[in-house]
Design a protein around this ligand. Sequence first.
Ligand code: E4P
Length: 217
Amino acid sequence: MKFFIDTADVEEIKKVHSWGLLSGVTTNPSLIAKSGREFTDVLNEICDIASDVESISAEVMSDDAEGMIKEAEPLVKISDKITIKVPMTIEGLKAVSHFAQHGIRTNVTLIFSANQALMAARAGASYVSPFLGRLDDISHDGVELVAQIARVFDLHGIDTQIIAASVRHPLHFTQSAEVGADIATLPYKVMEQMIKHPLTDQGITKFKEDWSKANQR
Ligand code: E4P
């Protein structure tokens, strides 16, 4: 199970990159808008900071395949780490197939069913992103979708990687890892929460107290 960070905040990416466990970055139009910066400026900076990761997702916004392909042209020139993030639509599938034929990696986003994941994979997607938090929000089981996609891909020998996305809390990560997601893309806050454990903090405090007592003797 690999860690991607889901953000367009370069300071967050710098911090997590320094931890030594980061395998990728995902952005989306909402996250770019939140950063208040120009899309390609942010992408260039992310590619500089995280030059050693597996993948940096940049989303295209056109409704038609032709537009998506045009939009992707300058993006893939930024770095060979750029993965084009494409929405799960008919036009998106056409674009994915085109990109696959041209050696450009894709992350098919807004996946809410195993059928969508299977179709994206067969069109040539490198990654599929089931949005588990948004399913949970409408009383569907997001983790079960990840599990179902993992079972289907395993059964049919599909090597498209599953990115558990729309992760809201540490338990989403644990459960996604258990059911076979390859990657989870996590907000910075969730990554920080995953590190913390009250017993770890208590243990450190106790060790420090005992150590200083012993060294006062
Ligand atoms: C994934 O690639 C998306 O950017 C992201 O996980 C969406 O999460 P949200 O549902 O919290 O917006």
